[in-house]
Write a protein that binds this ligand. Sequence first.
Ligand code: ADP
Ligand code: ADP
Length: 227
Amino acid sequence: MITFSEVTKRYPDGTVAVDELSLEIPAGKITVFVGPSGCGKTTTLRMINRMVEPSSGTIRLDGENISASDPPTLRRRIGYVIQHGGLFPHRTVVDNVATVPYLLGWDRRKARRRAMELLDLVGLPASFAKRYPYQLSGGQQQRVGVARALAADPPVMLMDEPFSAVDPVVRKSLQEELVRLQAELHKTIVFVTHDIDEAVRLGDQVCVLKVGGRIGQYDTPANLLAA
Ligand code: ADP
Ligand code: ADP
């Protein structure tokens, strides 16, 4: 579980991106932050892996204050997926995914075998392994991005508008696969989107943020739609 207690982020220029945010993000579920551009979604997400430090307040991961953690160690427990997958352009698909196992000291054959399993898990045929990212469609790049984030087997996955750059049909199939993957892997997923339909489709919990970085609503999709 991830707990935010009165977390505020004020950027050096005075912009308050997140204002006294308090909420609990349950383990093993998909929690979606949704709201218009500038409401503090990305800032909220990046505070969870310490890419952005809060100005005040506390964030805990399984009870542990993350500000006391070593960022590289923390990030091994927290996968991160962004738009376009954020792939290394000069590495093949399989090497993109095997990078984390290599860094963790796995031998090359074992790391590659693990990468191939993960590519299969996200629905990419083995024939794509030797391609470079530019030889893939947007949807396929996103799949590789998800496989790469899964490579360290992190309990937590942060996803920042990962599917927004692909066309609606592909987006729908990626959303369905994420739900399927989640049912299998029980990750704690924190997902950011500006698309309310996507939020409702994916979220076990949906947090609606308002510009100024305050919570509008935080509930299950069923309750949000009934309200
Ligand atoms: P969202 O992801 O919902 O679009 P962000 O978290 O990116 O929102 O931004 C929230 C607010 O903080 C916006 O007003 C944005 O302009 C501002 N902001 C984001 N990053 C910075 C920064 N590095 N310096 C100053 N202001 C920033
Ligand atoms: P997806 O549904 O996964 O996003 P697309 O509909 O965009 O896939 O692409 C259709 C097919 O064209 C895919 O099988 C993909 O492998 C292939 N393709 C797209 N771009 C390229 C490329 N630059 N080089 C080789 N094949 C490509």
